[in-house]
Write a protein that binds this ligand. Structure first.
Ligand SMILES: [Zn+2]
Length: 297
């Protein structure tokens, strides 16, 4: 090929590539694969439901994983009957949230331990989902299942990229980002809201997903605090009651992060939000990179 032809071709190709980048880039923001892990088949919904709705709407793939089957969370039923009921509630919640999948592992509720067997289950789930982002509780919590779910995910954080561990499921090439859900425990350190997602625009939809967990929000949890009588009998009335009761004021720290993210005026108008802290294990993006992955308006 003559040099001049080659150069012309190269110029044309470069022009096409440049044009392609300029015209295609805005529509090609990478789609994330996110797995939210909780101890019970309603934990992810409570901690991450609003952000999950917004991420799923933006085209990202969101999966919830419950490490136990929830078979202890009721005052009158238990065992397989309760596990089945809660599985179906979780599936309905997933449908209302618009997420891709809600998996429930068949481990007993109230008896979770950070064993090698469960660690392998977690490693498999993170690998099979090819997760870019993994969410989990911090490993200090009043409930042992929450605490050990935090430990199990921390224990998996490095091993998901180690091919010689859990050899039946290919290791990830890149370590995911690991995030913690918000909690109000102060020891050994208070929660730090690194990214705060405003959810006012989807709060009703989140509560509607929580409303699918009838056994929890209208039966079991009110019973534990001797408030069963205060649950309205009518379906619509009880969902409104749940919407009111589930609201929590933003902490000062979360409000400060929101101000950094969207400015003081916009932050002042936000009523409900979900906050997440970057774990020290796994990939550690800058705060700017992390916040850019989430829908902040
Ligand atoms: Zn729980």
């Amino acid at each position: 090929m003559h040099k001049i032809v080659r150069n012309t071709l190269r110029g044309a190709l470069l022009a096409a590539v440049t044009l392609g980048v300029a015209t295609l880039a805005p529509a090609q923001s990478p789609k994330l694969r996110i797995i939210a892990i909780g101890a019970h088949p309603d934990d992810c919904d409570e901690q991450f439901g609003g952000a999950a709705i917004k991420l799923a709407r933006a085209g990202h793939r969101v999966k919830f994983l419950s490490v136990t089957n929830g078979d202890a969370g009721h005052q009158t039923i238990g065992g397989a009957a309760l596990a089945k009921r809660r599985f179906l509630e979780a599936q309905e919640s997933a449908r209302r949230l618009g997420i891709a999948e809600y998996q429930v592992l068949d481990n007993h509720d109230g008896e979770l331990l950070p064993t090698l067997e469960v660690r392998r289950q977690i490693i498999r789930a993170i690998r099979e989902w090819k997760a870019d982002i993994v969410l989990a509780p911090r490993p200090n919590d009043y409930h042992p299942d929450h605490r050990y779910t935090g430990v199990l995910v921390q224990d998996a954080a490095h091993l998901v990229i180690v091919p010689n561990v859990v050899t039946d499921t290919p290791a990830l090439e890149n370590n995911p980002i690991f995030l913690y859900y918000e909690d109000d425990f102060q020891k050994p350190a208070p929660f730090r809201p690194d990214v705060v997602v405003p959810i006012d625009d989807v709060y009703g939809q989140k509560v509607h997903a929580l409303d699918a967990h009838v056994s929890q929000f209208y039966e079991w949890l009110p019973w534990t605090v001797h408030k069963l009588d205060s649950v309205p009998k009518d379906d619509k009335a009880r969902e409104a009651w749940l919407a009111k009761g589930f609201h929590e004021d933003l902490t000062a720290a979360a409000r400060k992060t929101l101000q950094e993210e969207i400015g003081n005026d916009a932050a002042a108008k936000i009523v409900d939000a979900e906050s997440f802290e970057l774990c020290e294990y796994g990939r550690r993006p800058t705060l700017t990179e992390l916040r850019a992955m989430f829908p902040l308006n």
